[in-house]
Design a binder for this molecule. Structure first.
Ligand SMILES: Cc1cc2nc3c(=O)[nH]c(=O)nc-3n(C[C@H](O)[C@H](O)[C@H](O)COP(=O)(O)OP(=O)(O)OC[C@H]3O[C@@H](n4cnc5c(N)ncnc54)[C@H](O)[C@@H]3O)c2cc1C
Length: 410
């Protein structure tokens, strides 16, 4: 049996390894000059390969497609990914939040390990080979490159999404899927910074801890509520809670945010604190009375939002002004202009519609055609979940595609 795997990223490499180990003749086509270009930049160069948690906990971190992924994640769980790498000689270390990294802290070692396993399994790897077209031809497929047409029994499409297109993920799989009768759910950036209507340039580089960001759609319905660390960029909000938020709001219109700078204090307690501070600093400029509450640059920004001049004396601040200040501290408002573009989005949400794909990753339109990894309409939060999805779906497709050869793909 001949299987062509299109794309040499995380999902394609695992598919190729397990298909070849099961006895298939495997050809892996990659348009770049090397394998795993995206893996190289994952986890800030350290590659967070998976998340060492139970599958049910894992599924809580899947934003789209958790039901669809359930079976593949149970079949090839985080523990299986860890076993795969350790058996291949890559030592791993588990860090905060169950995030698993190579002990060497080098993503390149993950790529090398996968590449070694590909060679050992006897996969025919063809680099600098872009696939232009995939044609279904009865019970077989024709995979067209600029140089040749490869006839095969099965095709595994592992071309990724459209995030960080410089790594080779340029959405080619959507084109193949569409031509083969599949629907594409509109791809949108996920785990991406949020660009705001408000000018926050003056806050660029400022990071905040223990804040709460709540997002609302155009009808005022809460879309997400995230607590933790955040960072201001020149164009808006980034950092962990902003990235997570992006994955929950990327299909909504008229999105607004409210940032609670003091989530540990409810309004009543915060007001009591303000009154106490004001009482103690009656003759101070307001700016100097509120500076204990937040970093300097944010202090100026908050006072501006509350429409209180920085140099106004505390004893002349009106009740209305105090109420506006309280509101700005608890509900600092931002409006979404747009999400940062795909060039800055860690993953792509949307892609090949999972309604037309079986839990084995096989197309419901063409037997023998498989879609794995980020090309599918699935996405998860940060923490090693997206690579695990690539590995689990890649394994699932390989296992199913080779089931008639025998059950020896371990
Ligand atoms: C900056 C960044 C950091 C990240 N960090 C992490 C992390 O630490 N942990 C984590 O779990 N996830 C992380 N992710 C997400 C994760 O990297 C991806 O979800 C995962 O790599 C997707 O794997 P894939 O195999 O589906 O697709 P890709 O990695 O996109 O691979 C697709 C491959 O297909 C090739 N290809 C495309 N079209 C064609 C064609 N026509 N012909 C031939 N080849 C083709 C491409 O060149 C590419 O090599 C990160 C992503 C980014 C951008």
């Amino acid at each position: 049996m001949r299987i062509v795997v299109v794309g040499g990223g995380a999902s394609g490499m695992i598919s190729a390894i397990y298909s070849a180990r099961a006895g298939a003749e495997v050809i892996l086509l990659e348009k770049n000059e090397k394998l795993g270009k995206k893996i190289y930049i994952t986890g800030k160069g350290r590659c967070n390969v998976t998340n060492d948690c139970e599958v049910d906990d894992f599924l809580q971190n899947v934003v789209h497609g958790s039901k669809f992924l359930r079976s593949s994640l149970y079949t090839f769980a985080p523990a299986d990914t860890m076993e795969f790498f350790e058996n291949a000689g890559l030592q791993l270390v588990t860090e905060r939040g169950n995030r698993v990294f190579p002990l060497s802290q080098k993503s390149n070692d993950v790529i090398k390990t996968l590449a070694n396993e590909i060679t050992s399994a006897g996969v025919d790897v063809r680099m600098k080979t872009p696939v232009n077209e995939i044609k279904a031809d009865g019970n077989s497929f024709r995979v067209c490159t600029p140089w040749e047409t490869i006839l095969c029994d099965k095709v595994i499409v592992a071309t990724g999404g459209v995030s960080y297109p410089s790594t080779g993920s340029t959405g080619d799989g959507y084109k193949f899927a569409t031509a083969l009768g599949h629907n594409i759910v509109n791809p949108v950036p996920a785990l991406a910074p949020l660009q705001t209507v408000e000018d926050v340039k003056c806050l660029e580089g400022l990071s905040l801890k223990n804040v709460r960001l709540t997002s609302y759609d155009g009808n005022g319905r809460v879309l997400a509520e995230e607590f933790g660390e955040m960072l201001f960029t020149g164009r808006g909000l980034s950092g962990p809670i902003a990235l997570t938020t992006s994955s929950y709001i990327n299909r909504s219109e008229g999105v607004r945010f409210s940032l609670d700078l003091k989530p540990a204090l409810d309004e009543e307690r915060l007001e009591a604190r303000l009154l106490r501070d004001f009482e103690e600093r009656k003759n101070f400029d307001i700016k100097n009375a509120t500076r204990a509450l937040m970093p300097d640059r944010l202090n100026s920004y908050v006072l501006k939002v509350a429409r209180i001049p920085e140099y106004k004396k505390v004893n002349s601040v009106t009740k209305e002004e105090r109420s506006r200040l309280l509101n700005a501290l608890k509900k600092l408002p931002f409006t979404l202009k747009r999400l940062a573009p795909f060039e800055e989005a860690i993953v792509t949400a949307g892609g090949v519609d999972i309604k037309d794909v079986t839990p084995h990753m096989e197309s419901k339109k063409h037997n023998g055609l498989y879609f794995v990894g980020e090309v599918l309409d699935v996405d998860a939060l940060t923490g090693g979940f997206n690579l695990q999805i690539a590995f689990a779906t890649g394994y699932m497709a390989a296992k199913h595609a080779t089931k008639d050869i025998g059950d020896n793909n371990d």
